[in-house]
Design a protein around this ligand. Structure first.
Ligand code: ASP
Ligand code: MG
Length: 400
């Protein structure tokens, strides 16, 4: 098999950890696989480099920042390569440029445009383990670029896609994707498999195992992703196409999003164009509106409710002040969003009913509801968040 293994910052956080990673890579090679390794900077390193730059300037040139930040990943790739070499394995370390990773010209937030697969393939065919510095590439003009924070995941997925690798393993310090946050529900179980779409929903709801952009890219390029821990030998979670998952549970996971606030507008004039004006203001302020509810109007006015991220509430308030209409506005940040996610919902009825029933039996009031094909989200009072997660986890038997 051709396997791309990506090791995050904590996995390569010390020289001992790099040594441990070298042993894991060697083991995969001994098992008869071709291996491409993608590494992050040692944990804390990127932040340290940023603070060095800030020591001199509040507004450093983005081009120089890229040259600076790309160094963190290069250090790790060279060190891991040296360690593996010493263990007797032929290796080649590469920067993003040497690995043929071309990006657009937007420094510090570049997007990968293409990968010249021959650069890595040539070395693999020569029997080498290739160790690529993640998080970086090169622009058309030969300038070093970086992909935005957390971008090494993207490097790994893009390389796996370009090489048509059999597997892309993302090593972190957690065992994989869980049915819910084990700190809230100790009975949470690690999932063996989950589909791209479910993972995208969970990631956008705050499950921080994987960067959302890299899951999107994996889906697009059809890369089989596994997230697992580099600190033990437990099998991780496979993120793959829906068709590859034989037994679809109705619900795969429960998520709790605490970073939500609700805005209620009362007495909104009920005529065409008003909602457009309100949400245009919000989008101009770069506020990410999530759920929206409009009531059936009467007397020529209506009520409109929506949720925004809590840290965008101040922006929201400013935007609402700019509206020249007569509605009154209320804000409530004592709310949370609980969601259940599962592709099985598409083919099962009664899933929503079970959720509503479960919460009502706990005496929890549903303040807002929204659904998609594979998700049901409910806004409830913040103090019931954890209780709701445990009750739902139980109701869908996720601990079995
Ligand atoms: N080192 C970069 C960061 O800290 C990229 C990465 O770790 O994925 O954001
Ligand atoms: Mg990272």
């Amino acid at each position: 098999m051709l396997i791309v293994q990506k090791y995050g910052g904590t996995s390569v956080g010390t020289l001992e950890r790099i040594e441990a990673v070298a042993k894991r890579v060697a083991k995969a090679k001994e098992d008869g696989n071709d291996i491409v390794v993608v590494v992050s900077a040692m944990s804390g390193e990127t932040n340290k480099l940023i603070s060095y730059a800030e020591n001199f300037s509040n507004n450093p040139k983005q081009r120089e920042m890229d040259l600076l930040l790309s160094a963190g990943e290069r250090v790790t790739s060279a060190l891991l390569s040296i360690a593996l070499n010493e263990m007797g394995y032929p290796t080649v370390a590469m920067s993003g440029r040497q690995a043929g990773i071309r990006t657009d010209k937007f420094h510090t937030k570049a997007r990968i445009e293409s990968i010249n697969r021959l650069c890595i393939e040539k070395e693999i065919n020569g029997g080498n383990i290739v160790v690529v510095a993640g998080f970086q590439g090169v622009t058309e003009l030969g300038e070093v670029s970086t992909l935005g924070r957390g971008g090494s995941d993207l490097s790994a997925v893009a390389i796996a896609g370009a090489l048509e690798a059999d597997l892309c393993e993302i090593y972190t310090d957690v065992d994989g994707v869980y049915t819910t946050d084990p700190r809230i529900e100790p009975k949470a179980k690690k999932l063996d498999k989950i589909s791209y779409d479910e993972m995208l929903e969970l990631a956008s709801l705050g499950a921080k195992v994987l960067q959302t952009r890299s899951v999107e890219m994996a889906k697009k390029l059809n890369v089989n992703l596994v997230t697992r821990s580099s600190f033990n030998d437990n099998e991780g979670t496979l993120i793959t196409k829906e068709e590859n998952i034989m037994e679809q549970p109705v619900v795969s996971g429960v998520a709790l999003d605490r970073n939500q606030a609700r805005v209620t507008l009362r007495g909104v004039t009920d005529k065409p164009g008003i909602a457009a004006e309100i949400f245009r203001k919000l989008s101009e302020s770069n506020v990410n509106v999530d759920m929206i509810i409009q009531n059936v109007g009467h007397d020529g006015t209506t009520n409109l409710g929506f949720t925004v991220p809590q840290n965008e509430l101040d922006l929201t308030k400013d935007a609402m002040l700019e509206l020249n209409a007569s509605q009154s506005v209320e804000y409530d940040s004592e709310i949370v969003k609980v969601s259940i996610v599962g592709v099985g919902m598409k083919s099962h009825s009664g899933v929503a009913c079970t959720a509503f029933d479960t919460l009502s039996r706990e005496g929890i009031n549903l303040e807002m509801i929204s659904t998609s094909e594979i998700k049901i989200s409910m806004v409830i009072a913040a103090k019931y968040g954890e209780l709701a997660v445990r009750a739902l986890h139980d109701a869908y038997k996720l601990d079995e």
